[in-house]
Design a protein around this ligand. Structure first.
Ligand code: BTN
Ligand code: 3PY
Ligand code: ZN
Length: 632
């Protein structure tokens, strides 16, 4: 009887065999559902084993002797941390506490910017979630753990077949004493375009509810006007609002006067007035040099009352020196990545910064032995993702020429490779610098950096120089993203868009100089939810799903389609997810708390005349055969 009831249950008729389904329908017999999910997971493993994963095809493989990562032991004594302070006393108390510390506070970026900058954002949730308990126990003195936002949101749905909200929830649950941190592109949310105000508000509210404590809010043109909606939503949610300056140019260079000390101090004051609890200083390309950091931090400390949190990238190889100079000048908190995920286009090395400050006034108080153990884990994790390594071999002072953000560098290089321009990379770098000047010398960070990148690739591919672009007589087919930006759809840079290029690109069309969100009609959330639910055969769309859909409609729908077919594949070990299994190999996958599947892959059968191959497994000791198409 219960099986009949189960089969008729509306939730069972759609695709929602999920963790949430179990939470919301405990009255149902669990066994049938689990078996169904097991079949889906086996189908995924069978498919990848036979056909390979498209994302790793043709890419280098992990070393044969690479050991599976062993989660670090949670040996420390559990202590309350910044999260407890936030929960008990609120965000202003966190800011006051920051300013009262003499030690340098440290954010670990490994779970967000670290892998975004080194591994094309491909780190899977399971590898993060397994580290979280050791963070809580052994590294409870960290200021925060950046683990969400930026590019990780869409990559989770798009390439990793997992729900970004679930990642956040799982990390949050296992790391209750350290603040989680996310990167939010203000009105661009975690996307590449401005969203209606109520979508931004809805997204922030949900992120706060699911588990984000610190929101680093930035605008890709440093336009504070375009940051207010997101900042207000963070304040409203009772979380830490880190209003952020994006650093570009060089305050020491009189030829880059557009972004001088006065400019940054002025923006910092605007952010303070806009209600930020903390001032973020985001050096996304790693352009801030040590001497400039000293000067800038000193000025900001003198002119604004907010604690300052500094973020940089080590592309040039000199970021460690900049962090130490910033510490000397009184910066309150800095970002660093665990050793195995540091250096290059990522953040500078966390363990080395901690060691460098030992027995100084800014001693971080972090346990270097705990850091090393954690880094050993991350080292083993990184070895699983060889396919996504960029191959960048050395620091490059060229970053001061092109000014590409660390998170974009390897992406643009891959894009250049895909259109046959890999050999001409240094020309792309020069064209990127030229495109920046064409647009009037702008901040380059997602999404404005993507527009400059599109323009640079176009210029190199078509052999068009900066002079050609600016020559009214020279016909140029501009990328769509350039039109969009000059229409004003990403907002306004300091001083506005240069007139000549705007006229050439838009012809007679009149650009907008107002905040894009001002003209975007609010989305009817309930109507959208109902439509989405109907499109998904009655699937109960909750606020997380709706927020994901609003950011990325197609990406979300594709994800849901694959989820219906493959089930909770996020629970698979990373090598199995990307490469499938070897005959005789056995793995465990915990599909629900305490509910583990024991999966052994036995062998492949012959491919039949329909092109299908039978794949033989043992599931919890019972034989199971799965049929998948052989596309190999
Ligand atoms: C599972 O089945 O164990 C969970 C993996 C997928 C999560 C689904 S996808 C839509 C919905 N949104 C969530 O946050 N969780 C479920
Ligand atoms: C992002 O927006 O993803 C960034 O990392 C910007 O630096
Ligand atoms: Zn960054």
């Amino acid at each position: 009887d219960f099986v009949i009831n189960l089969l008729k249950h509306p939730t069972f008729l759609d695709m929602s065999y999920t963790t949430k389904f179990i939470d919301t329908t405990p009255e149902l017999f669990q066994f049938k559902k689990r078996r169904d999910r097991a079949t889906k997971i086996l189908t995924y493993i069978a498919d990848i084993t036979v056909n390979g994963h498209p994302e790793t095809a043709g890419r280098p493989k992990p070393h044969a002797e690479a050991k599976p990562p062993k989660p670090p032991v949670a040996f420390g004594e559990f202590r309350p941390g910044t999260r407890n302070l936030l929960e008990e006393k609120g965000p202003q108390a966190v800011a006051d506490w920051m300013k009262a510390q003499t030690k340098l506070l440290v954010t670990d970026t490994t779970m967000r910017d670290g892998h975004q900058s080194l591994l094309a954002t491909r780190m899977r949730s399971i590898d993060m979630v397994e580290a979280a308990p050791a963070y809580a126990a052994n590294l409870g003195d960290l200021f925060s753990v950046e683990c969400w936002g930026g590019a990780t949101f869409d990559v989770a749905y798009r390439f990793l077949q997992e729900c970004p909200w679930q990642r956040l929830r799982d990390i949050r649950a296992r790391m209750p004493n350290i603040m989680t941190q996310m990167l939010l592109r203000a009105s661009n949310g975690v996307g590449y375009t401005n969203y209606p105000d109520n979508v931004v508000q809805f997204f922030v509210k949900q992120a706060a509810e699911t588990g984000v404590d610190v929101f680093r809010v930035f605008d890709s043109l440093n336009w504070v006007e375009n940051m207010r909606v997101a900042m207000d939503a963070v304040v409203e949610a009772g979380k830490v609002c880190e209003g952020t300056i994006c650093y570009t140019g060089d305050i020491l260079d009189p030829d880059r006067a557009k972004y001088d000390l006065k400019y940054y101090v002025g923006m910092a004051k605007e952010l303070e007035a806009a209600g930020a609890h903390v001032l973020g200083l985001k050096d996304m390309a790693g352009l801030l040099k040590p001497a400039a950091a000293r000067k800038l931090i000193k000025a900001l400390k003198e002119e604004v009352g907010l604690p300052i949190h500094f973020h940089t990238h080590d592309t040039s190889g000199i970021a460690g020196a900049t962090v130490l100079a910033a510490a000397d000048a009184g910066v309150d908190a800095v970002d660093a990545a665990m050793d195995a995920f540091s250096g290059g286009t990522s953040q500078p090395c966390l363990g080395s910064i901690v060691s460098a400050l030992d027995n100084t006034e800014r001693d971080t108080g972090l346990d270097i032995a705990a850091i090393r153990r954690m880094s050993n884990y991350w080292e083993a994790v990184r070895h699983q993702y060889t396919a996504f390594e960029s191959g960048l071999e050395a620091p490059a002072s060229e970053v001061y020429l092109h000014e590409m953000p660390g998170g974009q560098f390897t992406n643009l290089k891959a894009q250049a490779r895909s259109i046959g321009l890999e050999e001409r990379w240094h020309e792309v770098a020069q064209a990127y610098a030229d495109a920046n000047q064409i647009f009037g010398d702008i901040v380059k960070v997602t999404p404005s950096s993507k527009v400059v990148g599109d323009m640079a690739l176009m210029m190199v591919a078509q052999g068009i120089s900066r002079d050609d672009v600016l020559d009214p007589a020279h016909e140029v087919a501009f990328p769509e993203s350039v039109l969009d930006m000059l229409r004003g759809n990403l907002g306004q840079p300091p001083g506005g868009w240069p007139e000549a290029i705007t006229r050439k690109v838009l012809k007679d069309e009149k650009p907008s100089t107002e905040r894009p969100g001002k003209h975007l009609a609010p989305v009817d959330l309930e109507e959208t939810r109902a439509k989405l639910s109907a499109e998904l055969n009655g699937f109960k769309v909750d606020d997380e799903d709706l927020a994901g859909y609003l950011m990325y409609p197609k990406v979300f729908l594709d994800y849901m389609g694959r989820h219906r077919q493959y089930g909770p594949v996020r629970t698979l070990p990373t090598p199995v997810f990307f490469y499938g299994m070897e005959p005789g190999q056995e793995i465990s996958a915990e599909i629900d708390p305490g509910k583990t599947l024991e999966i052994r892959f036995l062998t492949l059968g012959e491919t039949d005349d329909k092109g299908e191959v039978k794949v033989f497994f043992e599931l919890n000791g019972q034989p199971r055969a799965i049929r998948v198409p052989n596309r190999a």
